[in-house]
Design a protein around this ligand. Sequence first.
Ligand code: GLN
Length: 442
Amino acid sequence: MTMQTVLSDIGSINDKYVMFNRFTEDSDPGDSKFLFSAKDNLTSKDFETCCGSRILEGYHPVFDATAIAKMRNAGGKLIGKTNMDEFGFGTFSANSGFGIPRNPFDLERACGGSSGGSACAAAVIEDHVSLGVSTGGSICCPASFCGVYGIAPTYGRVSRYGLIDYGNSLDKIGLLSAKASDLTRYLPVISGRDERDPTSCVQPELEIKGDRIRSVAVPKEAAEGLSKDVSEAFLNSLETLKGMGIDVEYVDMPALKYAMPAYYVLATSEASTNLARYVGMRYGHQDGDLSLKFDDYFTYFRSKYFGDEAKRRILLGTYTRMAGFRDRYYAKALKVRMYVIDAYKQILKDHDAVLAPTMPFVAPRFDDISKMTPVESYKADYLTVPANLAGTPHLSVPCGYNADGMPIGMQFVADHWNEDRLLTMANEWDKAFDVRKAEVSL
Ligand code: GLN
């Protein structure tokens, strides 16, 4: 696919795979050096930005998020904004207020979430890189379900300026691509300090030195709850890693068990305050009855335009922060977060990375997702949320395929600011493992 073909076929590609909420109508690549897409929670000039939520319909940002601006400055053409779970709330991109992306390996299955549209674009469009965002696993989960590479850098590595917040202390912008080398090429492009995001300001430079991962720690707790196909593919991959001269050692990491509940307390607490700004006054829909009292006016918009999952998280997050409950939930979850960080720090003293499967099962079918309870869906994140709580960089690589041909991924977690090791791993793994491309037809 040349840039020209992608641009002229983008409508029919999207009809089939539904990865974009908005895409470009300009079929001329001009002197662009590459094409990229971005999750729809990154503000962008020229494209409506909705964050997967109907409440933001009609919001046209007047500025580019720093990550998008940097990609454009490097010669990239932004071709579309990718479908996602509303505000990032989900694991399958099925909680989208707009389109639900379809898995390129089986259209009846989900792409994962919440950066599902980005993973789908990376898998379907040749030579494509997509900006994704992870709060609790939203880059690695869809990367794994769609059989592509995904990297979420250290918290603070990439400026969050222009990112519509889900959980400010957790959100990270990263990359998804079918090519391991793209991660090395574009992560330095989007990284670096930015005065407009204070959390990006103190960081060691991202140097690409080719530092290798020589030893990995596999937490025993991670093996609990894996489906048979994921477990088999993962065990085979451990053998491949040993063949690459990498030490593999099983370790105890009891902190893993507590990460998921703590994450959902912290993430919903932050989300519930972030969503308070959507009231039909400043962004998106503003077509309410102005003669209403202000609280009735706000209630009208929030009831009408927020999806069920957003409402559930507002309730949960408000509850966990309330006087009387705060110590029992929010404050306790913060302590668990420290416990998880300490657990990584301890293990990463003796090992270069912690390794586990990315997701406990392959991409599920949409009809199975619709039968899942919210808690069942939250539980699916038990392997991806710990590294996100710790703010450590993590990488998902394709590591196998089940009998139905569905991709399986595994996730390496390195210590803070050690993205170089992950990038080197991605490139080495790409040589050792036979990554399959989805068969794309229009
Ligand atoms: N599935 C997790 C959640 O719903 C993570 C999503 C994310 O990283 N945005 O919170």
